[in-house]
Write a protein that binds this ligand. Structure first.
Ligand code: ADP
Ligand code: MG
Length: 560
């Protein structure tokens, strides 16, 4: 193929414009992104080579090399991983296939400063090279292709890029960054090395740099042609807990999650027994923007004996915990395991159950710190409730983790256990009301009697509440009851006199009631005198066992 000039997909051009024109606050992440791509490429080679050892050619030792040239103002990152064919270079570097990046694009606000911060949160992969470079040259040859089918891809990060065929003996990819005038601080051994240990220490293959030596005669550092590893090349999760600092745990989290913020909590364990695996699970501090997309894949990376197998291994976490990030490294699964096989594996089932238990335990621990837990709950409380319908075996544990607002206060901090501890003598149920907003819940006429009697009522305003609560008929032996359903029997809390008054009223109002029943016969299944109202004249209630009005509205909105 002779030299061709091609245009970037419109979205890429838009993204590049933002990357190159914004006051990007954290330029150093470019190295993390490019080293992680190099490492991914090596993982992919190792994986494909499981079925085709010839792909290793004569270079079975995989590594990543980072070098720089002060005079030429370049930084190069070279890997001997899977490489790219010409078509792959055009496709992978000219279009955005990654759903994460698409998502990022859809959240751009048009405000350059804000959007620049967003880049930091998402990471924009390969294109982050243009934060520090005004020209990027990629040379690559895919493993298994002849030397004559190498490719050179070049771009200045504006509307288009060039591709041409080159001869390239070495398998893998070399990325050359032509550093911008105002980013030359990166042309330093010390700087690059410290960025590698900061961001890429856990990468499980060696990242090499050339040795640098002080030359007393010339009175300057000279670069020797001797490569040495600068990372510890040790998968973080495979190390012993006591050798890992909190900073390292947090950094690793940022590496696997594209999140800039520290995680709220993590848990790292080696699980032994019939299934052996290591789990390192993180609770993020902020919910991702697509939290409500149930098709969103899980946040778990699967490794088998330190060999990367796949991202987003959804079989390793139930859907309601899809926001948990982390790594599972199994000692038992075969290396060539596929997504389909995973679904059927008994080991995977055991791992999923182990992960679920672990997360629920982490949350239980977190709940002992009220402030931290409130912060967590504000982000993830609603999605956690999906678990009531999805995971019956952990229903009791989940119920303990729920928090609600109540008639005692707007803060979403009341647990079912708190509520029970405050129940009145003789109170037989946990009462709750569902509504669209707290104000609507609070002003509901259904609450009048409860207020008069001083009985606390939980106020529920999440869309999932109605549905989720239908899976939780009781908590710790006490039934949960909606105040909007059926006849509310306050039992011993209801005075004898009130009951009598109601019966008398029912008697004397009978003609009126009969008339109302007749008039409303298509609209209401019953009309009765009630003691539930104090100030209001009438209210609508839903029959026991019928859909509540809120749920009915929700289903209608969903087209059911
Ligand atoms: P991501 O890594 O999340 O897929 P990137 O923007 O970082 O997204 O990279 C885009 C794609 O370019 C990668 O998925 C991969 O196919 C290709 N690519 C990037 N760097 C390399 C490399 N060093 N070797 C082989 N392929 C690469
Ligand atoms: Mg990447």
């Amino acid at each position: 193929m002779s030299k061709q000039t091609l245009s970037f997909q419109a979205e890429v051009a838009q993204l590049l414009h933002l990357v190159t024109h914004s006051l990007y606050s954290n330029p150093e992440i470019f190295l993390r992104e490019l080293v992680s791509n190099a490492s991914d490429a090596c993982d992919k080679l190792r994986f494909e080579a499981l079925n085709n050892a010839a792909l290793f050619e004569d270079a079975p030792n995989l590594d990543v090399r980072v070098a720089f040239d002060k005079d030429a103002k370049t930084i190069t990152i070279t890997d001997n991983g899977i490489g790219m064919s010409q078509a792959e270079a055009v496709e992978h570097l000219g279009t955005i296939a990654k759903s994460g990046t698409r998502d990022f694009m859809s959240h751009l606000s048009g405000d350059q400063k804000k959007d620049a911060q967003l880049i930091g949160q998402f990471g924009v992969g390969f294109y982050s090279g243009f934060i520090v470079a005004d020209r990027i040259v990629v040379e690559s040859r895919r493993a298994g292709l002849p030397a004559a089918e190498g490719v050179r891809w070049t771009s200045g990060g504006t509307g288009d890029f060039e591709v041409e065929t080159i001869e390239r003996a070495a398998r893998g990819t070399t990325i050359t960054l032509h550093i911008r005038e105002d980013k030359t601080e990166f042309l330093s051994h010390w700087k690059l090395k410290s960025l590698i240990t900061k961001y890429s220490d856990h990468i499980s293959l060696p990242i090499l740099m050339q040795k640098e030596e002080w030359d007393a005669e010339k009175s300057e550092y000279i670069t020797r042609d001797e490569w040495e590893p600068v990372n510890s090349a040790n998968a973080l999760w495979a190390r012993s807990k006591k050798d890992i600092s909190d900073e390292q745990y947090a950094e690793f989290y940022k590496n696997i999650s594209y999140d800039q913020a520290d995680p709220l909590a993590w848990s790292h364990n080696r699980v032994e027994g019939s299934t052996e695996y290591t789990q390192l699970l993180y609770i993020p501090s902020k919910a991702p923007m697509d939290l409500w997309n149930r098709d969103r894949k899980a946040g778990i990376k699967l490794y088998v004996r330190r060999v990367f197998i796949m991202d987003e291994a959804e079989s390793l976490m139930p859907a309601y915990l899809r926001w948990v990030k982390g790594v599972v490294d199994s000692a038992d699964l075969p290396l060539n395991v596929s997504r389909e096989l995973l679904q059927e594996s008994r080991d995977v089932k055991a791992i999923r159950e182990g992960n679920t238990r672990r997360v629920l335990t982490m949350l239980d621990d977190l709940s002992k710190d009220a402030d931290k837990y409130a912060a967590f709950y504000a982000e993830f409380g609603a999605v956690l409730k999906e678990g009531l319908g999805e995971d019956f075996s952990n229903r009791d544990k989940l119920a303990k983790l729920l928090r609600f607002a109540s008639t005692t206060g707007d803060a979403v901090t009341v647990s079912l256990a708190d509520y029970k501890a405050r129940m009145k003598d003789g109170q037989k149920a946990v009462y709750y009301i569902t509504a669209d907003t707290l104000a609507a819940a609070r002003n509901s006429p259904q609450l009048e009697l409860f207020r008069k009697k001083g009985i606390e009522v939980l106020l529920m305003t999440d869309r999932v509440d109605e549905w989720a609560l239908s899976f939780l008929p009781e908590f710790d032996g006490t039934p949960l009851q909606s105040v909007a359903k059926g006849a509310v029997d306050l039992g011993e809390l209801q005075d004898e006199e009130e009951k009598k008054a109601a019966e008398q009223a029912a008697e004397s109002f009978k003609p009126v009631l009969d008339k109302l029943k007749e008039t409303l016969k298509d609209k209401a299944s019953d009309v009765r005198v009630t003691t539930r109202l104090v100030d209001s004249a009438a209210c609508l209630v839903v029959g026991e066992g019928e859909l509540s009005s809120q749920l009915a509205r929700m289903l209608k909105a969903a087209g059911q």
